[in-house]
Design a protein around this ligand. Structure first.
Ligand code: COA
Ligand code: AMP
Length: 629
């Protein structure tokens, strides 16, 4: 069946279609029905099933005689380490860590935070939780103690699994002080912390800490615990409009069914082949496509501890693809832009044999045409943009190349996947004509594997996603659809920005800046950045009477964001202004500020309080290198 027939078949009988896809999963108790409703506009999938994620990702492959196949390749150009873990070895490691957690009282439904860099043990930790039905929440290593503390208080973990350090080029990130600092800041205290000591920077252990290896001595191996289909597999926090991150919940059964479907139909993978997503386990791409989907589907996954450039050079990606015979490669456009900037002629690429590679997949931010064309030229394989979100966990719109490779239209991530009825709506919630801009929404119910709710925050879930357009999920993205059903994702409709493929909240940064004693009011906007897509810039209004050097205050603000949110916020620029541009009702005109900073033409907002202020903003932005046009 081609794409259209498959999509129509889903649309004609969504539940039947998903029940069919569910047959690829090993169930303890198979679902008798696909969809159930637990409230107005609130849905669940495969709720009456019983299943275990770890069984499907690990044990079943060993049972099927594929224990010797490599499950995980670890390739760390930062440390020089490389290793391979077979499915049988992975099973042994997971069984042992799961046994250790169980022996320490971690049981089904308990939360476990995982704060680890890109090492295979991060996947072992995730799978060990899944084995015993514990709900993991992985926190990205680039977040500061304060962000970790917020997550500790929200999901109240019984245990935290962490490494002693992460390694950034030229910098060792000591995790232990961040972890201890976070626990000090938080109201909730975990019972224990399991620490993986890394050679680069071992740490001292305190009374609540246990060593990764020591805790696994003499434990009873843990069996897979069957969990209900709607049991949360994990919570992953993502940026929203305010400083409080949203805890996206992923339900177990839908996650298994949907991810498994994507591996062949979107990523063209056959079991046994090597799949590589160059992301981080702290992001949704890492959850879905470094850990779960490749393993559920019986592929080999790569844990890459490095950067696209500088570890050691712009040929790293191509070296890994050749060396490990990667068939499908997934990364963010920003990573390709970084490579292109260092190696515009593709001289590094020419050193490697990439004949095994079928396609490059890009997601996480808008893929600009230059980047796509450059990658197509130097790689000589199709480049597929695809659009998704932490909330959905996998592709909303993409090119289903394993089913049928559709013509690529550069600038579009292609078409809606089966499961998603994507519509473009006007402000009143009515569908607009093809080619017209509007809010992108998905008709409810969302498919299996997408978020059923937010952790501890069902009201926020309803308000954030279901309220604006009754009967739809509001994606927070704006764009359009053409006559052929191709989607174009143009911008966010909220205050979320995308910096180097990382989703960040300008609201969260504003909260931190507003905490500076000299800052009376502030705004953070995402200006265009050639490498990272967007880059945050702060406008600061000082408290009356403050008479200190502006440079000093800006430097303190930059440090504050780095200390309280983390280096990943990449907040490096701010400027002092007298006033912020606002509408008469007091709303800050962030969109206009971005246009001024980017030297783009803009229409004077009809509701602006005082148009003269825009000249002041332009002058201020020019002092930090923007608004040049
Ligand atoms: N732990 C600690 N710090 C981290 C970190 C981690 N896991 N990841 C990033 N950081 C730090 C970086 O060291 C950097 O710190 P610095 O300000 O001291 O230099 C800061 O956070 C900003 O990082 P980043 O935005 O990644 O910029 P960069 O200049 O280090 O690298 C790229 C630029 C383009 C090479 C890099 O962003 C990249 O590889 N992007 C791909 C993104 C990606 O895969 N996203 C996932 C979605 S698919
Ligand atoms: P995250 O939750 O971090 O995956 O970020 C999701 C957001 O990133 C989306 O809502 C979009 O704004 C943006 N995004 C992700 N993929 C794409 C894409 N292919 N094209 C345009 N924007 C994208």
């Amino acid at each position: 069946m081609g794409y259209r027939a498959e999509y129509d078949s889903w649309k004609a009988d969504p539940e039947g279609w998903w029940m069919q896809a569910a047959q690829a999963i090993d169930w303890v108790k198979a679902p008798t029905r696909a969809l159930s409703q637990r409230g107005e506009n609130l849905y669940e999938w495969f709720s009456d099933a019983e299943v275990n994620t770890c069984w499907n990702a690990v044990d079943r492959h060993v049972e099927a005689g594929r224990g010797d196949q490599t499950a995980i390749i670890y390739d760390s150009p930062i440390t020089g380490a490389k290793s391979k873990t077979s499915y049988a070895e992975l099973q042994t490691q997971v069984v042992s860590l799961a046994g250790a957690l169980a022996a320490r009282g971690v049981t089904m439904g308990d939360r476990v935070i995982i704060y680890m860099p890109m090492v295979p043990e991060a996947l072992v930790a995730m799978l060990a939780c899944a084995r015993i039905g514990a709900i993991h929440s992985v926190v990205f290593g680039g977040f500061a103690a304060n962000e970790l503390a917020v997550r500790i208080d929200d999901c109240t973990p019984k245990a935290i699994i962490a490494a002693s350090c992460g390694l950034e080029p030229g910098r060792t990130v000591e995790y232990k002080p961040l972890l201890d600092g976070a626990i000090d800041l938080a109201d909730h205290t975990p019972d224990l912390c399991v620490i993986l000591q890394r050679d680069a920077c071992p740490c001292a252990l305190g009374p609540r800490d246990v060593d990764w290896h020591a805790v696994q001595k003499d434990v009873t191996p843990a069996d897979c615990v069957p969990v209900p289909g709607n049991h949360p597999a994990y919570i992953l926090y993502t940026s929203g409009t305010t400083g409080a991150p949203k805890g996206v919940v992923r339900a177990t059964a839908g996650h298994l069914v949907a991810l498994n479907w994507t591996m062949k139909n979107i990523y063209q993978m056959n079991p046994g082949e090597v799949f590589w997503a160059a992301s981080d386990v702290g992001w949704v791409v890492g959850h879905s496509y470094i850990c779960y989907a490749p393993l559920i589907h019986g592929n080999t996954t790569i844990v890459f501890e490095g950067k696209p450039v500088g570890t050691p050079d712009a040929g790293t990606f191509w070296r890994v693809i050749e060396e490990h015979d990667v068939k499908s490669f997934f990364t963010a456009p920003t990573a390709i832009r970084a490579v292109k900037r260092e190696d515009p002629k593709g001289e590094y690429r020419a050193k490697y044999d990439l004949s095994g590679l079928r396609a490059l997949y890009l997601a996480g931010e808008r893929a600009d045409p230059d980047t796509i064309e450059w990658a197509q030229n130097i790689l000589d394989v199709p480049v597929y943009d695809h659009w998704w979100q932490t909330e959905t966990g996998y592709t909303i719109a993409g090119n289903p190349a394993g089913l049928e490779a559709l013509p690529v239209k550069i600038g579009s991530p292609t078409v809606a996947m089966p499961g998603y009825d994507v519509q473009i709506l006007d402000d009143a919630g009515h569908p607009v004509a093809p080619g017209e801009l509007g809010a992108i929404a998905v008709k409810l119910p969302l498919p299996p594997g997408t978020l059923p709710t937010l952790w501890n925050a069902e009201d926020r879930f309803i308000k954030s996603y279901l309220h604006t357009f009754p009967g739809y999920y509001e994606t927070g993205d704006a764009g359009m659809m053409d006559e052929d059903g191709y989607l174009y994702i143009m911008a966010r409709t909220d205050d979320v920005i995308n910096v180097a493929g990382h989703r960040l909240s300008t609201g969260a940064m504003e909260e931190v800046l507003a905490g500076h004693p000299d800052v009376a009011e502030c705004a953070v906007v995402g200006v265009t950045d050639q490498l990272k897509g967007q880059s945050p810039v702060g406008l600061l209004c000082l408290t009356t009477g403050v008479n200190r050097a502006h440079d000093e205050i800006v430097a303190e603000c930059v440090k504050r964001v780095r200390d309280q949110i983390g280096p990943v916020a990449a907040f490096k620029q701010a400027v002092v202004v007298d006033r912020l541009p606002k509408t008469r009702s007091g709303k800050i005109l962030r969109g206009t500020v971005v246009k001024i900073a980017d030297s783009e033409a803009f229409k004077m907002p009809a509701t602006i309080d005082d148009p003269a202020i825009l000249d002041e903003i332009k002058d201020a932005l020019q002092t930090i290198g923007y608004a040049k046009g």
